[in-house]
Design a protein around this ligand. Sequence first.
Ligand code: C5P
Length: 222
Amino acid sequence: QDVIAVAIDGPAGAGKSTIARAAAAQLGFVYVDTGALYRTIGLAVCRRGIDGTDVPGILATLPEIQVGLTYQDGAQHVLLDGEDVSDAIRTPQISTYASQVSSVPEVRAYLLDLQRDLARRQSVIMDGRDIGTVILPDAKVKIFLTASPEKRAARRCAELREKGQDVTVEGILADMERRDALDASRAVAPLKQAEDAVLVDTSDLTLEQSIEAVLTVIRDKM
Ligand code: C5P
């Protein structure tokens, strides 16, 4: 039987990862969080004391690092030179670094084969910004998942507070709008809805309803 690819793209905090993970579990597909890969490169750059806008510094970093992805009990973990950095990448500082390094074409090229290979080997739900437009243009199902900036910031804030981080909705909203603007305006693989993607707006949906909406779109297309 053929493998099936589901691409879910959208802005920061739209609930992509939570919804995609749940939908993948329902369908028996592997969930791939591509943002974690850009975050891992962002972390590597940050740890070297290189600025996120220092393109030569970022280019010099790429050949010296190993970015890996593994699954433990069905959960995706990212590795930087063999070290599991899955928790270390989840900070606002690394969000900014991820956004900055992801605008460098060589960074995107560096991660391209890794992402395509994952989708070739097994049925996946892959979430990111350019999965339906660039990484998997032939994906069987494409969804553009969004929500209002206020709802997205409030959800991300609750999530980070649960992890013990001292954050405010205002701070997150500002950070999110900055990242969205950067992601949507970059020259290479900008955040945009693929022409053949189905739009799902979760502003007024609960998490359960959002998962159901996404599963309905997927089942319709399968
Ligand atoms: O999805 P997440 O918020 O973890 O992604 C972090 C950053 O990585 C995004 O703001 C975006 O700049 C970048 N990214 C990307 N392409 C993807 C996934 C993430 O450019 N497919």
